[in-house]
Design a protein around this ligand. Structure first.
Ligand code: ZN
Length: 401
């Protein structure tokens, strides 16, 4: 369904919806026929929610597609990531919580090295350490270009972001200046359409000045730009679902995605227990809360099956406290799978449970990949979860007469 179609059906209610995201939740068995991480974990509270609620599996983006966490979360918020695509520059800016404004152009940038002839010798400036790169980024932050505000923020090692805030609207469709090879000079910023010509001019002007200022630097004497993109003008979460929303997450990228949709986002310490007081403090004033727990993804990326089991048990332990906060509907799922056996995100569908509101019976009596396959919802797309949870909370009106 399109977001404007959902928005037309959204109706007020005094119910509250809680989305609890266990990042990288989905997994795989260590050996064929064995349990996945979630199935191996002792999760009595999640099992009880699954038994009393309804379950299924979801494809965050599409079958066979391995999602990044950004698109994975957009899907959970109800935004089809195949329609609502964020540029790489915007994602990088969200990743450090840069406060992007409408019309901003965000770019991922690298420090690089050029030889005397101006050809690239290292596209990442030897992965220049953060301690050396951060002052260079601060120096570049002082560059001023006529027609746009320019902001430089260091990310990590050779990576930083450049954000342009043009005085007049300009397009984001500009090619990378990184040729992807050494032994060649950096490319000029080339616009792909007329609206983006001023952006290309601004970027080239900025690059000239950056080159001049970095000329005498021993470890990085130029920068390369990639992923030029603009802050999208999307409908806000509250405009679509009619719910005032809050987000609680330890990591900046997730707060950034939430803010992009107009949610009120709050930073907490890492770990499941730290989510509880923040939910209690904010749920009263909101209709919807998103809680983000990062640890399962990290354990999966590290290839540590047992640690992923342990942190899923940690995720389970706060369920009674979350339920005491009084959600009418709780949706528990992940933004993608991160099987420890693969040490990476994967395309495998992700288990979910919805508890609360009116629902059919289903056969899922525990929370796990295999049990969720026999759940009432079957296999759906990630962006279909929010309408389901919203309906369960009595917040969607009839479609058609
Ligand atoms: Zn993730």
């Amino acid at each position: 369904m399109r977001l404007d179609q959902i928005a037309a059906l959204a109706q007020p209610n005094d119910t509250k919806v809680l989305l609890y995201v266990l990042d990288g939740l989905g997994g795989l068995p260590r050996e064929p026929g064995g349990p996945t991480e979630l199935e191996a974990a002792n999760t009595p509270h999640l099992d009880e929610l699954a038994r009393a609620g309804t379950c299924g599996l979801h494809h965050p983006v599409a079958p066979g597609i391995t999602p990044g966490s950004g698109p994975g979360h957009l899907a959970l918020f109800g935004y089809d990531p195949l329609v609502y695509e964020t540029g790489r520059g915007v994602l990088e800016a969200l990743g450090i919580e840069f406060p992007l404004e409408p019309g901003d152009i965000a770019v991922r940038a690298n420090f690089c090295t050029l030889d005397a002839a101006g050809n690239i010798t290292d596209r990442r400036a030897g992965r220049i350490p953060t301690a050396e790169a951060a002052p260079l980024a601060e120096m570049l932050d002082e560059i001023w270009v006529e027609g746009a505000g320019c902001f430089v923020r260091h990310v990590k090692e050779h990576r930083f972001i450049l954000v342009l805030r043009p005085e007049a609207a300009t397009g984001p469709n500009v090619d990378d200046t990184d040729p992807g090879r050494t032994g060649e000079p950096p490319l000029r910023a080339r616009p792909r359409d007329e609206e983006s010509e001023p952006t290309a001019w601004l970027l080239d002007t900025w690059l000239e000045e950056a080159r001049r200022r970095l000329a005498d630097q021993p470890h990085a004497n130029m920068t390369l730009l990639r992923g030029v993109s603009s802050r999208p003008r999307w409908p806000g979460f509250q405009d679509v679902f009619g719910m005032k929303s809050t987000a609680v997450a330890a990591y900046p990228m997730y707060r950034g995605v939430a803010r992009l949709l107009g949610m009120d986002a709050h930073e907490v310490a890492d770990g499941a227990a730290s989510l509880v007081p923040d939910l209690r403090a904010r749920f009263d004033a909101n209709d919807f809360a998103f809680l983000h727990f990062k640890s399962p993804d990290k354990a999966g990326e590290d290839g540590d099956f047992d640690r992923k089991v342990a942190v899923l048990e940690e995720a389970d332990s706060i369920i009674p406290d979350l339920m005491k906060a009084g959600p009418d509907v709780i949706l528990v799922t992940g933004d993608h799978s991160t099987p420890a056996t693969m040490m990476s995100h994967s395309w495998h569908p992700v288990p979910f449970l919805i508890h609360g509101g009116r629902a059919q019976n289903d056969e899922a009596s525990s929370f796990g990949e295999t049990a969720c396959r026999s759940g009432a919802h079957g296999l759906i797309r990630g962006c279909e979860l929010m309408p389901l949870a919203t309906a369960r909370a009595g917040r969607l009106a009839k479609f058609g007469a």
